[in-house]
Design a protein around this ligand. Structure first.
Ligand code: H79
Length: 698
């Protein structure tokens, strides 16, 4: 029950009750910024789920080998440190006599893939199409064909979407900077990066002008320091200008946090995240994303690479990605003659055989509605007007005939069917305390991954998810608004007095406002039973320190500094100090106080500081040795940087009323070096030195 001392107001907004206000389950705190309104441009891509990546270029001719080493691939010019003139000699001999783009497309389609993304130019700078901007392209090879043009036509014939991979990094163009560390023979004198950007934009313009509609631009190599967010935004704009419907990956800009491809936050362009060689554990909620991955170790063809992933591993990865709401871009590195390695073909066919029968559990599905993955597999879901299909992907077929599905209620379940059998195979089920179970046959239809389709009517399955607590702020001056989310069909009960939420605790409908310090504890309930763990979050009310009247004899411009001699080991209580202090006058820049570096002394620094508005102020106090900062008539300790130590910074927060506030800063230096600096930050602002005009003293 609500404690009366806490003024918690339930708003219970009309028309905002029960399941109707539940948000898109992909909205997770911190990712809201990325949630674009349903974008028609992304529709086909979200439906597609599975695509083919192709890494093909001059490096393919070397088959991963240089000077006896076999640990190379598309990076070989750099990893084997091949001089430019030597690498250039590959160009004339590039002769893909078995290049058959129709065959590539047929294989992609047989695999169940819906789109192809090919390297138009990788980091080595070689272009697979005849570009008017460079000689380092397919026209200077034995092929003398427009390899990309032929692929574009084939893809269209086969109903496949097409994307261009294009490297921003370029180890060939004279204006690209920086040079590789080992390239001592390539001077960067006269190189002009802006001129390189013109070249890049001219090539992107060719690629988006001469080949009809292009569905994806997949940039890479953006992490070098020369590439800026501004270049990125301009390049994104160019792509969208040339082809308004094109989807551009996030590597066009600088918003990627590491190879994981997670987005750093708002303010960066790019339509989807690009985790490389990994599946993010929880997906990237609220963000479109695509995991790109190799079938063996390398992207480009490497003859010695025998580390092929198994059919089971590749299928499980595809399902894992789909269950987290992403796309899977699986790579093939064709041989120099243009053919796919047979190991790749076998794997594409194995995946295709599965997709042909069970692909409905992948295409156009949404992420699993469950909080966690299952021990035995994964789930995907597809909602429609009458209900929803929930697909359970069973990787590990149970030894006993039951499959336990924790966290799923049987409410609304209309049918359960094992897919992939010759005739529809209905399954029985039973509700359990914390989920339900399905009864399976002994024999599994597919060796690696089986699919059970659960049909739900009404608002879809009731999943026992724990509530999520969203709030404007965790620390507040007056009030903060809190909203609790759970799955439709569940009730959330919560407490603010620290007690365990029960079915008798208040129920969360809409949002509510907190005006006092408290901990919100919430739990999901179904049919009066608790069905999730308890989640909690602490909210703290800060009472601003009251401002004071500045005394008539106070002078603006700094704080008063008094010096005491003595051998101190911590911040002293100077009020009872025996000796009379020495007056060092008024100072705003504490680091510039004369005699600061003197040993065996303490400084008492007092006066008033001016807060321009009521709000939360941050303070950073740097000192060698110790120091403390106190504010207000009650001398509340705001920053404790006490003790014998070298230069160290401590921070603290104070809620201040608009106006003047008494300051008392005490600092000491025992022996050795000395330092003292005070910075502060107004509400929502960055730290900065305190200005002389913000200080006053007697
Ligand atoms: O095109 C593929 C990779 O070549 C490219 N992105 C995918 C899609 C990529 N560029 N950099 N990286 C991936 C990560 C960097 C890996 C490196 Fe290395 C580690 C570069 C040098 C050491 C991997 C191992 C590449 C060469 C050796």
């Amino acid at each position: 029950m609500l404690r009366r001392t806490l003024s918690v107001f339930l708003l219970g907004l009309a028309g905002c009750q029960g399941s109707t206000h539940s948000p898109d389950p992909r909205i997770v705190e911190g990712f809201e910024y990325a949630l674009a309104p349903a974008d028609a441009r992304m529709e086909w891509w979200r439906e597609a789920r599975f695509g083919l990546f192709i890494h093909w270029g001059l490096y393919s001719m070397l088959e991963g080998e240089w000077d006896g080493g076999t640990g190379h691939a598309e990076w070989i010019r750099t990893t084997a440190q091949i001089p430019l003139e030597e690498y250039d000699q590959l160009q004339a001999d590039f002769n893909p006599v078995n290049y058959d783009p129709d065959a590539w497309c047929r294989l992609a389609k047989r695999a169940g893939m819906k789109y192809i993304v090919i390297t138009t130019k990788h980091h080595d700078g070689f272009c697979l199409w005849p570009s008017a901007q460079t000689e380092f392209d397919v026209e200077g090879t034995a092929a003398r064909r427009d390899l990309l043009g032929e692929l574009a036509e084939a893809a269209r014939r086969h109903g496949l979407r097409l994307g261009w991979y294009h490297s921003i990094m370029d180890w060939h163009h004279p204006d690209y900077l920086p040079r590789r560390g080992w390239e001592s023979d390539r001077s960067s004198e006269g190189a002009d990066f802006d001129r390189y950007v013109d070249y890049l934009r001219a090539q992107v313009t060719e690629l988006l002008t001469d080949y009809g509609p292009i569905d994806v631009m997949w940039f890479d190599g953006e992490w070098e320091a020369t590439w800026t967010s501004e270049y990125g935004r301009e390049l994104y704009a160019l792509c969208r200008e040339l082809q308004p419907q094109v989807i551009v990956n996030n590597r066009v800009d600088k918003g990627r946090a590491g190879m994981a491809g997670l987005d750093k936050g708002p303010g960066f362009v790019g339509d989807f995240g690009t985790p490389e060689q990994e599946v993010p554990a929880g997906g990237l909620p609220g963000v479109d994303w695509e995991t790109c991955m190799t079938m063996n170790r390398y992207w480009g063809w490497n003859r010695a690479d025998t580390q092929w992933k198994s059919d089971a591993e590749l299928l499980h990865t595809l399902i894992d990605v789909a269950s987290k709401g992403g796309n899977f871009l699986l790579n093939v590195g064709p041989k120099p003659d243009g053919s796919f390695p047979p190991q790749a073909v076998e794997r594409l066919e194995a995946m295709g055989a599965w997709m042909e029968v069970l692909g409905e559990s992948i295409y156009g599905t949404q992420a699993s509605p469950f909080d966690a993955t299952f021990e035995w597999g994964r789930a995907t879901m597809r909602r429609d007007h009458e209900g929803a299909d929930l697909y359970l992907h069973v990787f590990d077929w149970p030894r006993t005939p039951q499959l336990i599905v924790p966290g799923l209620d049987q409410a609304g379940l209309e049918s359960a069917t094992l897919l992939g059998t010759d005739a529809p195979y209905p399954l029985g089920w039973q509700g359990l305390e914390q989920g339900m179970q399905l009864f399976l046959p002994k024999r599994k239809p597919h060796p690696h991954a089986n699919v059970i389709k659960l049909r739900f009517t009404g608002s879809g399955p009731v999943v026992y998810r724990k509530p999520r607590i969203e709030a404007e702020k965790d620390r507040f001056l007056k009030a903060t608004r809190v909203r609790l989310y759970a799955d439709p069909g569940l009730a959330i009960h919560y407490t603010t007095d620290g007690s365990e939420p029960t079915v008798d605790s208040p129920e969360s409908v809409g949002s509510f406002q907190l005006t006092e310090t408290c901990t919100v504890r919430a739990r999901s309930f179904h049919a009066g039973r608790p069905v999730s763990e308890i989640v909690e979050r602490r909210f703290e009310k800060l009472t601003p320190l009251p401002a004071v009247e500045l005394p008539a004899d106070a002078q603006p411009g700094g704080l008063r500094v008094m010096r005491y001699g003595g051998s101190f080991e911590q911040v002293p209580e100077l009020r009872f100090h025996a000796d009379r202090p020495e007056d060092l006058g008024q100072h705003a820049d504490l680091g510039a106080i004369p005699l600061l570096s003197k040993e065996n002394q303490a400084l008492e620094i007092t006066g008033w500081i001016y807060a321009e508005q009521t709000g939360l102020y941050r303070f950073a106090l740097t000192s060698d040795d110790g120091s403390t900062l106190r504010l207000g008539t009650s001398e509340e300790l705001i920053v404790d940087n006490d003790g014998l130590h070298g230069a160290a910074t401590e921070t603290g927060v104070a809620a201040l009323e608009q106006g003047w506030h008494p300051v008392r800063l005490v600092w000491f230096n025992a022996t050795g070096s000395a330092a003292l600096r005070l910075e502060w930050a107004a509400p929502m602002r960055a730290l900065r030195p305190v200005a002389a005009s913000e200080l006053a003293s007697r």
